[in-house]
Write a protein that binds this ligand. Sequence first.
Ligand code: GRG
Ligand code: ZN
Length: 317
Amino acid sequence: MEGFAREAHRAYIKRVSEDADSFEYAVSEHLRMSGVYWAASALYLVGALDDLNRDDVIAFVFKCQHDCGGFGGNVEHDPHILYTLSAVQILCLFDALDQLDVEKVLAYIGSLQQPDGSFYGDEWGEVDTRFTYCALCCASILGRLDALDVPRAIHYIRACENFDGGFGCVPGGESHAGQVFTCVGALAIAGALEHCQRDLLGWWLCERQTPGGGLNGRPQKDADVCYSWWVLSALSLLERDAWIDSAALRKFILSCQDVQGGGIADKPGDEADVFHTFFGIAGLSLLHDESLEQIDAAHALPVKVLERIQSQRKAAS
Ligand code: GRG
Ligand code: ZN
């Protein structure tokens, strides 16, 4: 079996982050902010955050902020809660939260919450449990969950639960591992995991493991490296991560590496991309790979980064 190709992945992430002429750079133009979060997080987990230029990244992040407090996916793109979370996560990774007008960001996120507890993604009114997660994760990182109506947010998440213990993007929406992550993550952040049916949902999640060791997002679908994060993070928050075959999952993730060119693909033999590189490495971190930094399954940030933020907040109060 191939080992973890750390140096190749480092070089790959640096290359695709800097090469503005690459295919990957062009197709990720609309979500650059999240792309930077995936790249920076992956580098942090392999102990190489310094491969990115801190000043350039921070300048880019603030160029994407709007007067309302929200951030766009790129310079001159409209604000959206998805990119607002990525922006805040990037500032955390680079220890630059002190440059952020926290109240302004909280006002933006709070303005997106609806009377039923759900969240819009932006001013256009799409509702999705992904946006609930973004809101709670962001407010939690900023130490200000009190800025949101958390009980109503929990109520809305519960309305998205299905008979199989899983969750969808809206009430009645099919269970999907990505949405399960957002709902379990948000409930964990809210300290409300008692609302999950741990055993029923744990079963549904561990049944996502396919004979090849990889995880899929719902029944009958192919395994894909990113579900190593969406499924395993939820299992670990529910304390049911021992229910999957860890060695087989690790083997599947490693088989999706491009050991020469660097990066990790969705499936063996496919082209690598930064999204699957991050979620593959994050999955290996959740599998307790000791050569990697540990990641927090609820906030999708390194444990050390969250500890640093907490101690800074303590010192300031
Ligand atoms: C900070 C980690 C983090 C997340 C932010 C955006 C977000 C919040 C969460 C996304 C959750 C989600 C819905 C993930 C699934 C992404 C995915 C692979 C979707 C593919 O769906 P299909 O139907 O694929 O195309 P399948 O695998 O079902 O065939
Ligand atoms: Zn994927």
